[in-house]
Design a protein around this ligand. Sequence first.
Ligand code: LLP
Length: 403
Amino acid sequence: MATELSTALLQQIANEYGTPVYVYDADKIKEQYKRLITAFNTDKVRFFYACKALTNINILKVLKNEGCNIDCSSINEVKLALYAGFEPKNILYTSNGIGFEEIEEAQSLGVIINIDSLSNLEKFGKKFGNSYPVGVRLRPNILAGGHLKISTGHDKSKFGIPVEQLDLLKAVVQQYDIQLTNLHIHTGSDIKDADIFLKGIAVLFDIIPHFPHLKSVDLGGGFKVAYKEDDPYLNIEELAVKVLQAFEAHERTRHLQIWFEPGKFLVSECGYFITKVNVLKETATTTFAGVNSGFNHLIRPMFYDAYHRIENITNPQGAIKEYTVTGNICETDTFAWSRPLPEVREGDLLVFRNAGAYGFEMSSNYNSRFKPAEVLVESGKPRLIRKRDVFEDLLRNQIIDTE
Ligand code: LLP
């Protein structure tokens, strides 16, 4: 049985810290990391937690203490990783669309770098030649992922150097004698089919022979987890068998390290977002349950049509009725449409599941509402890891003319 936080504990946290509040279960994060290690069971494979999913320092420390590496998408994420205690050699920086000065800064911090464009690679070559090993992100032209907005490897995607530009890539690498040690792809998020990774590997295997300095191949993240009961998810045991077999099959690939960058897999299911029902509104067609949150706190349903399971933890035995669960933002701010739930009353606590990844991390102060608090539960004990905003936070950084 997978690790879950009890309803009683979630109620206690809501009482103690108020709502809305994000709650994360450290034991679940550790369990997920161990599942990866166990499935692959070889030191040829390294996992880098894609921390864009959730960057609270306390979460980063949980994964660092388990021995996980970290993948960063901005220089500030790199700095957070260093702050959390990760060593530069365990920090991977895979950015896109950035100015060269950010790459220079990452180089000065000594972290592993993947470059996403020919122009930045050229600048890198000019400045560092073969003195600092580097990787490149490729665009494999594979359509993958659960929604077009989170699909990054297809032939119209902005990400990576398109594989059809291999000759240009080789020319830059040769011209500056660049030590190209890593090839990276990430085709999308919410991938449920292990064969998508094999497709990516097939593309990479055609390119690998062109680069003799390669030490590793980075297959990105995107492992789908279950959001609904009976939802399909990526079978990581199957992924491990298929990927390891593919690399074993050739002399040239057998000795390469294989890297992955899971975000959701590690932190989606650990997260619970607790809200309180402010308003019930019966109309001729719909019963609305309006909670004390909105897409300013959990944008995934509105942005990606994502499904989050919702539980009424105050009245779990209530008679099932259909509710459209909405927020308090001044927009048609909806978490779930016509969702069967145990009878909802004003004041009930509704909990959104799978709220660890891209939940708090994508939150904002829209409508001048406060960002929620965050609580971490370790070995059953909750502690506050981020305070809820206060009014001063809305004014912070504004320059106010007092005349
Ligand atoms: N590596 C790279 C280069 C990425 O761009 C991403 C995600 C990951 C790894 C981790 O992917 P994951 O394992 O978490 O699926 N906000 C969206 C997901 C955007 C993912 C962006 N890149 C959502 O909430 O579904």
